[in-house]
Ligand binder design. Structure first.
Ligand code: IPM
Ligand code: MN
Length: 366
Protein backbone atom coordinates (compact mmCIF):
# COMPACT_ATOMS: atom_id res chain seq x y z
CA UNK A 1 0.00 0.00 0.00
CA UNK A 2 1.41 3.38 -0.99
CA UNK A 3 1.91 5.70 1.92
CA UNK A 4 2.27 9.44 1.39
CA UNK A 5 3.62 11.84 3.95
CA UNK A 6 2.00 15.21 3.44
CA UNK A 7 3.00 18.38 5.28
CA UNK A 8 -0.01 20.62 5.88
CA UNK A 9 0.30 24.38 6.28
CA UNK A 10 -3.27 25.64 6.80
CA UNK A 11 -1.98 29.21 7.25
CA UNK A 12 -4.09 32.27 7.94
CA UNK A 13 -7.62 33.56 7.49
CA UNK A 14 -9.78 31.13 5.57
CA UNK A 15 -6.77 28.88 4.87
CA UNK A 16 -7.63 26.37 7.61
CA UNK A 17 -11.28 26.17 6.50
CA UNK A 18 -10.51 25.33 2.89
CA UNK A 19 -7.70 22.96 3.85
CA UNK A 20 -10.11 21.13 6.15
CA UNK A 21 -12.40 20.47 3.18
CA UNK A 22 -9.50 19.43 0.95
CA UNK A 23 -8.30 16.98 3.58
CA UNK A 24 -11.81 15.59 3.98
CA UNK A 25 -11.76 14.73 0.29
CA UNK A 26 -8.19 13.41 0.43
CA UNK A 27 -9.04 11.17 3.36
CA UNK A 28 -12.15 9.74 1.67
CA UNK A 29 -10.47 9.13 -1.67
CA UNK A 30 -7.46 7.47 -0.03
CA UNK A 31 -9.79 4.94 1.63
CA UNK A 32 -11.53 4.24 -1.64
CA UNK A 33 -8.30 3.70 -3.58
CA UNK A 34 -6.42 2.10 -0.71
CA UNK A 35 -3.44 4.29 -0.20
CA UNK A 36 -2.35 5.83 3.07
CA UNK A 37 -1.93 9.53 3.76
CA UNK A 38 0.00 10.56 6.82
CA UNK A 39 -0.38 14.25 7.54
CA UNK A 40 1.68 16.51 9.79
CA UNK A 41 0.34 20.01 10.41
CA UNK A 42 2.57 23.07 10.74
CA UNK A 43 1.27 26.37 12.06
CA UNK A 44 3.45 28.73 10.02
CA UNK A 45 1.71 31.92 8.97
CA UNK A 46 0.78 35.37 10.23
CA UNK A 47 -0.61 34.35 13.60
CA UNK A 48 2.46 32.24 14.37
CA UNK A 49 4.73 35.11 13.34
CA UNK A 50 2.90 37.64 15.52
CA UNK A 51 3.09 35.28 18.49
CA UNK A 52 6.69 34.10 18.15
CA UNK A 53 8.50 36.42 15.71
CA UNK A 54 9.37 33.36 13.64
CA UNK A 55 8.40 33.26 9.96
CA UNK A 56 9.85 30.02 8.58
CA UNK A 57 13.18 28.76 9.93
CA UNK A 58 15.67 26.93 7.70
CA UNK A 59 15.26 23.86 9.90
CA UNK A 60 11.59 23.67 8.90
CA UNK A 61 12.48 23.80 5.22
CA UNK A 62 15.01 21.01 5.81
CA UNK A 63 12.28 19.02 7.53
CA UNK A 64 9.86 19.50 4.61
CA UNK A 65 12.32 17.67 2.39
CA UNK A 66 11.31 14.46 4.17
CA UNK A 67 7.72 14.76 2.91
CA UNK A 68 6.16 13.65 -0.36
CA UNK A 69 4.27 16.91 -0.79
CA UNK A 70 3.17 20.08 0.98
CA UNK A 71 -0.44 21.24 1.01
CA UNK A 72 -0.87 24.91 1.86
CA UNK A 73 -4.06 26.91 2.47
CA UNK A 74 -3.18 30.61 2.42
CA UNK A 75 -0.78 32.95 4.17
CA UNK A 76 -1.44 36.63 4.80
CA UNK A 77 -2.51 38.50 7.93
CA UNK A 78 -3.95 42.02 8.23
CA UNK A 79 -1.57 42.84 11.13
CA UNK A 80 1.58 41.74 9.32
CA UNK A 81 3.28 44.15 6.94
CA UNK A 82 2.91 43.06 3.30
CA UNK A 83 5.90 41.13 2.02
CA UNK A 84 7.04 39.44 5.22
CA UNK A 85 4.95 36.29 4.90
CA UNK A 86 4.92 36.24 1.11
CA UNK A 87 8.68 36.41 0.95
CA UNK A 88 9.38 34.57 4.17
CA UNK A 89 7.08 31.60 3.60
CA UNK A 90 5.80 31.24 0.03
CA UNK A 91 8.81 32.46 -1.89
CA UNK A 92 11.26 30.91 0.56
CA UNK A 93 9.64 27.50 0.12
CA UNK A 94 9.56 27.86 -3.67
CA UNK A 95 13.22 28.87 -3.77
CA UNK A 96 14.72 26.64 -1.08
CA UNK A 97 12.85 23.55 -2.27
CA UNK A 98 13.69 24.42 -5.90
CA UNK A 99 10.09 24.32 -6.98
CA UNK A 100 11.01 25.81 -10.31
CA UNK A 101 7.67 25.29 -12.01
CA UNK A 102 4.39 26.92 -11.08
CA UNK A 103 1.71 24.91 -12.79
CA UNK A 104 -1.63 26.66 -13.17
CA UNK A 105 -4.36 24.83 -15.08
CA UNK A 106 -7.07 27.09 -16.44
CA UNK A 107 -10.20 25.09 -16.93
CA UNK A 108 -13.75 26.33 -17.10
CA UNK A 109 -16.03 23.68 -15.61
CA UNK A 110 -19.64 23.31 -16.64
CA UNK A 111 -22.07 25.57 -14.73
CA UNK A 112 -19.39 28.09 -13.82
CA UNK A 113 -20.07 31.61 -15.00
CA UNK A 114 -17.20 33.12 -16.93
CA UNK A 115 -17.22 36.88 -17.46
CA UNK A 116 -16.29 36.25 -21.10
CA UNK A 117 -19.40 36.33 -23.20
CA UNK A 118 -20.04 33.31 -25.45
CA UNK A 119 -17.17 31.17 -24.15
CA UNK A 120 -17.88 27.61 -23.14
CA UNK A 121 -15.94 25.00 -21.16
CA UNK A 122 -14.34 23.63 -24.35
CA UNK A 123 -13.00 27.11 -25.14
CA UNK A 124 -11.25 27.69 -21.83
CA UNK A 125 -9.02 24.71 -21.19
CA UNK A 126 -5.29 25.33 -21.05
CA UNK A 127 -2.34 25.21 -18.68
CA UNK A 128 0.09 27.95 -17.77
CA UNK A 129 3.61 26.77 -16.98
CA UNK A 130 5.07 29.67 -15.03
CA UNK A 131 8.78 29.68 -14.25
CA UNK A 132 8.84 29.91 -10.47
CA UNK A 133 12.27 30.77 -9.08
CA UNK A 134 13.91 33.26 -11.42
CA UNK A 135 13.38 36.48 -13.30
CA UNK A 136 12.35 39.55 -11.33
CA UNK A 137 11.66 37.31 -8.33
CA UNK A 138 15.38 36.60 -7.96
CA UNK A 139 15.40 39.68 -5.73
CA UNK A 140 18.61 41.25 -7.01
CA UNK A 141 18.72 44.98 -7.29
CA UNK A 142 19.73 48.17 -5.57
CA UNK A 143 18.88 51.71 -4.55
CA UNK A 144 21.18 54.57 -5.33
CA UNK A 145 20.80 58.01 -3.74
CA UNK A 146 17.83 56.66 -1.81
CA UNK A 147 15.39 59.30 -0.64
CA UNK A 148 16.72 62.03 -2.94
CA UNK A 149 15.46 63.35 -6.25
CA UNK A 150 18.33 61.53 -7.92
CA UNK A 151 17.20 58.19 -6.58
CA UNK A 152 17.54 55.20 -8.89
CA UNK A 153 16.04 51.81 -8.06
CA UNK A 154 17.10 48.69 -9.96
CA UNK A 155 15.37 45.29 -9.97
CA UNK A 156 17.02 42.75 -12.20
CA UNK A 157 15.25 40.25 -14.40
CA UNK A 158 17.76 37.43 -14.28
CA UNK A 159 17.53 34.17 -16.20
CA UNK A 160 20.14 31.54 -16.84
CA UNK A 161 19.95 29.24 -19.83
CA UNK A 162 19.60 26.32 -17.42
CA UNK A 163 16.61 27.85 -15.66
CA UNK A 164 14.89 28.64 -18.94
CA UNK A 165 15.65 25.31 -20.52
CA UNK A 166 14.41 23.15 -17.65
CA UNK A 167 11.17 25.10 -17.58
CA UNK A 168 10.61 24.79 -21.32
CA UNK A 169 11.50 21.10 -21.23
CA UNK A 170 8.98 20.57 -18.44
CA UNK A 171 6.27 22.16 -20.61
CA UNK A 172 7.04 20.01 -23.66
CA UNK A 173 7.14 16.92 -21.49
CA UNK A 174 3.84 17.82 -19.82
CA UNK A 175 2.16 18.09 -23.21
CA UNK A 176 3.60 14.77 -24.29
CA UNK A 177 2.23 12.96 -21.24
CA UNK A 178 -0.97 14.92 -20.62
CA UNK A 179 -2.52 15.42 -23.99
CA UNK A 180 -4.92 12.55 -23.34
CA UNK A 181 -6.84 14.62 -20.77
CA UNK A 182 -6.68 17.73 -22.84
CA UNK A 183 -6.90 16.33 -26.34
CA UNK A 184 -6.26 18.69 -29.20
CA UNK A 185 -6.92 21.87 -27.29
CA UNK A 186 -5.45 24.92 -28.99
CA UNK A 187 -5.02 23.20 -32.34
CA UNK A 188 -6.86 23.80 -35.59
CA UNK A 189 -8.33 20.93 -37.59
CA UNK A 190 -5.49 21.38 -40.07
CA UNK A 191 -2.81 21.13 -37.40
CA UNK A 192 -4.37 17.97 -36.02
CA UNK A 193 -4.39 16.49 -39.52
CA UNK A 194 -0.70 17.39 -39.79
CA UNK A 195 -0.07 15.16 -36.77
CA UNK A 196 0.36 17.67 -33.94
CA UNK A 197 -0.72 16.47 -30.49
CA UNK A 198 -0.48 19.77 -28.68
CA UNK A 199 0.70 23.32 -28.76
CA UNK A 200 3.13 25.29 -26.64
CA UNK A 201 2.88 29.07 -26.72
CA UNK A 202 5.73 31.17 -25.36
CA UNK A 203 4.48 34.34 -23.70
CA UNK A 204 7.23 36.96 -23.75
CA UNK A 205 8.16 40.47 -24.75
CA UNK A 206 10.92 40.04 -27.33
CA UNK A 207 10.35 43.52 -28.72
CA UNK A 208 11.46 45.25 -25.50
CA UNK A 209 13.08 42.70 -23.17
CA UNK A 210 15.59 41.90 -25.89
CA UNK A 211 17.96 39.93 -23.67
CA UNK A 212 15.77 37.82 -21.44
CA UNK A 213 13.05 36.88 -23.90
CA UNK A 214 15.56 36.42 -26.67
CA UNK A 215 17.06 33.70 -24.49
CA UNK A 216 13.60 32.20 -23.94
CA UNK A 217 12.75 32.28 -27.64
CA UNK A 218 16.03 30.71 -28.76
CA UNK A 219 15.77 28.02 -26.11
CA UNK A 220 12.17 27.23 -27.09
CA UNK A 221 13.10 26.90 -30.75
CA UNK A 222 16.04 24.62 -30.00
CA UNK A 223 14.17 22.31 -27.63
CA UNK A 224 11.21 22.25 -30.05
CA UNK A 225 13.35 20.33 -32.53
CA UNK A 226 13.10 17.33 -30.21
CA UNK A 227 9.29 17.52 -30.18
CA UNK A 228 8.26 17.62 -33.81
CA UNK A 229 4.67 16.62 -32.90
CA UNK A 230 4.15 19.73 -30.75
CA UNK A 231 3.25 22.98 -32.44
CA UNK A 232 4.95 26.08 -31.04
CA UNK A 233 3.76 29.64 -31.07
CA UNK A 234 4.88 32.98 -29.68
CA UNK A 235 2.73 35.80 -28.23
CA UNK A 236 3.83 39.06 -26.58
CA UNK A 237 2.52 39.35 -23.03
CA UNK A 238 0.35 42.38 -23.77
CA UNK A 239 -1.28 40.67 -26.74
CA UNK A 240 -1.66 37.60 -24.52
CA UNK A 241 -4.06 39.60 -22.33
CA UNK A 242 -6.20 40.27 -25.41
CA UNK A 243 -6.22 36.66 -26.63
CA UNK A 244 -6.92 35.19 -23.21
CA UNK A 245 -10.21 37.10 -23.32
CA UNK A 246 -11.01 37.16 -27.04
CA UNK A 247 -9.88 33.70 -28.09
CA UNK A 248 -8.76 31.49 -25.20
CA UNK A 249 -9.49 28.45 -27.38
CA UNK A 250 -6.21 29.07 -29.19
CA UNK A 251 -4.20 27.93 -26.15
CA UNK A 252 -3.14 24.51 -24.97
CA UNK A 253 0.01 25.09 -22.90
CA UNK A 254 1.56 28.50 -22.26
CA UNK A 255 5.10 28.82 -20.93
CA UNK A 256 6.42 32.08 -19.52
CA UNK A 257 8.72 33.77 -17.03
CA UNK A 258 7.89 34.33 -13.40
CA UNK A 259 6.51 37.88 -13.45
CA UNK A 260 4.41 37.55 -16.60
CA UNK A 261 3.18 34.20 -15.30
CA UNK A 262 2.09 35.79 -12.04
CA UNK A 263 0.10 38.46 -13.85
CA UNK A 264 -1.53 36.42 -16.61
CA UNK A 265 -2.63 33.66 -14.25
CA UNK A 266 -4.71 36.09 -12.19
CA UNK A 267 -6.40 37.16 -15.41
CA UNK A 268 -6.78 33.51 -16.38
CA UNK A 269 -8.30 32.68 -12.98
CA UNK A 270 -11.03 35.26 -13.56
CA UNK A 271 -11.92 33.65 -16.88
CA UNK A 272 -12.31 30.25 -15.22
CA UNK A 273 -14.70 31.56 -12.59
CA UNK A 274 -12.51 33.48 -10.17
CA UNK A 275 -10.24 32.86 -7.23
CA UNK A 276 -12.73 30.42 -5.73
CA UNK A 277 -11.77 27.77 -8.25
CA UNK A 278 -8.12 28.22 -9.31
CA UNK A 279 -5.55 25.66 -8.04
CA UNK A 280 -1.78 25.69 -8.42
CA UNK A 281 1.21 23.46 -7.94
CA UNK A 282 4.74 24.61 -7.17
CA UNK A 283 6.62 21.74 -8.68
CA UNK A 284 10.09 20.41 -8.15
CA UNK A 285 10.02 17.48 -10.57
CA UNK A 286 12.91 15.85 -8.70
CA UNK A 287 11.93 16.83 -5.16
CA UNK A 288 9.14 18.03 -2.89
CA UNK A 289 6.30 19.98 -4.48
CA UNK A 290 3.85 22.32 -2.80
CA UNK A 291 0.21 22.64 -3.75
CA UNK A 292 -1.89 25.70 -2.94
CA UNK A 293 -5.05 27.40 -4.13
CA UNK A 294 -4.20 30.64 -5.97
CA UNK A 295 -6.42 32.71 -3.66
CA UNK A 296 -5.27 34.47 -0.51
CA UNK A 297 -6.35 34.34 3.11
CA UNK A 298 -9.48 36.56 2.76
CA UNK A 299 -9.39 37.46 6.49
CA UNK A 300 -12.79 39.19 6.46
CA UNK A 301 -14.49 35.83 5.88
CA UNK A 302 -12.57 33.82 8.48
CA UNK A 303 -14.62 31.30 10.41
CA UNK A 304 -17.89 32.08 8.62
CA UNK A 305 -18.06 28.86 6.59
CA UNK A 306 -18.89 30.88 3.46
CA UNK A 307 -15.73 30.64 1.39
CA UNK A 308 -15.49 28.46 -1.72
CA UNK A 309 -13.36 25.35 -1.04
CA UNK A 310 -13.36 24.26 -4.70
CA UNK A 311 -9.91 25.78 -5.37
CA UNK A 312 -8.48 23.89 -2.40
CA UNK A 313 -10.18 20.67 -3.53
CA UNK A 314 -8.94 21.18 -7.11
CA UNK A 315 -5.51 21.57 -5.51
CA UNK A 316 -5.90 18.12 -3.95
CA UNK A 317 -6.77 16.82 -7.41
CA UNK A 318 -3.50 18.27 -8.74
CA UNK A 319 -1.50 16.88 -5.84
CA UNK A 320 -2.89 13.38 -6.35
CA UNK A 321 -2.15 13.48 -10.07
CA UNK A 322 1.40 14.56 -9.33
CA UNK A 323 1.86 11.84 -6.71
CA UNK A 324 0.85 9.31 -9.35
CA UNK A 325 -2.56 8.43 -7.87
CA UNK A 326 -4.17 9.03 -11.24
CA UNK A 327 -7.43 7.13 -10.64
CA UNK A 328 -8.00 8.88 -7.33
CA UNK A 329 -7.23 12.22 -8.95
CA UNK A 330 -9.74 11.60 -11.73
CA UNK A 331 -12.34 10.57 -9.19
CA UNK A 332 -11.85 13.80 -7.22
CA UNK A 333 -12.20 15.85 -10.36
CA UNK A 334 -15.37 14.02 -11.40
CA UNK A 335 -16.94 14.49 -7.96
CA UNK A 336 -15.93 18.13 -8.02
CA UNK A 337 -17.56 18.62 -11.43
CA UNK A 338 -20.83 17.16 -10.15
CA UNK A 339 -20.73 19.35 -7.05
CA UNK A 340 -20.06 22.45 -9.13
CA UNK A 341 -23.16 21.69 -11.20
CA UNK A 342 -25.26 21.99 -8.03
CA UNK A 343 -23.69 25.20 -6.77
CA UNK A 344 -25.41 28.54 -7.40
CA UNK A 345 -22.20 30.50 -7.81
CA UNK A 346 -18.46 30.24 -7.27
CA UNK A 347 -18.47 33.50 -5.30
CA UNK A 348 -18.10 33.78 -1.58
CA UNK A 349 -21.44 33.85 0.32
CA UNK A 350 -23.36 33.13 -2.90
CA UNK A 351 -22.66 29.45 -3.40
CA UNK A 352 -26.02 28.19 -2.16
CA UNK A 353 -24.11 25.96 0.27
CA UNK A 354 -21.61 26.45 3.07
CA UNK A 355 -17.90 25.68 2.80
CA UNK A 356 -18.27 22.41 4.70
CA UNK A 357 -21.40 21.35 2.80
CA UNK A 358 -19.47 21.65 -0.45
CA UNK A 359 -16.67 19.47 0.95
CA UNK A 360 -19.31 16.93 2.02
CA UNK A 361 -20.90 16.98 -1.43
CA UNK A 362 -17.58 16.23 -3.11
CA UNK A 363 -16.96 13.37 -0.67
CA UNK A 364 -20.44 11.98 -1.31
CA UNK A 365 -19.82 12.18 -5.05
CA UNK A 366 -16.59 10.15 -4.98
C1 IPM B 1 1.12 33.99 -6.39
C2 IPM B 1 1.23 35.16 -5.46
C3 IPM B 1 2.68 35.30 -5.01
C4 IPM B 1 3.52 35.56 -6.24
C5 IPM B 1 2.91 36.41 -3.96
C6 IPM B 1 1.99 36.25 -2.78
C7 IPM B 1 4.34 36.47 -3.53
O1 IPM B 1 0.76 36.32 -6.06
O2 IPM B 1 1.33 32.85 -5.93
O3 IPM B 1 0.82 34.19 -7.56
O4 IPM B 1 3.72 36.71 -6.64
O5 IPM B 1 4.00 34.59 -6.81
MN1 MN C 1 -0.02 36.01 -8.04
Amino acid sequence: MNNYKIAIIPGDGIGPEVVREGLKVLDAVSQKYQFKVETTTFDFGGAHYLKTGEVLPDSAVENFKKFDAIYLGAVGHPDVKPGILEKGILLKLRFDLEQYINLRPVKLYENIATPIKNKKPEDINYVVVRENTGGLYTGEGSFEHKGTLDEVAVQKMIYSRKQVERCIRFAFQAITTAHQDNPWSGLTREEIDQGFIGKLTLCGKTNVLTYVYDLWERTLNEVAKEYSNIKTDYVHVDAMCIYMIESPERFNYIVTGNMFGDIITDLAAVTQGGMGVAPSGNINPEGVSMFEPVHGSAPQFTGKNVINPIAAIATVHMMLARLGEVKAAENVEAAMRETIKKMKSMLVEQMGYSTSEIGDMVVAGL
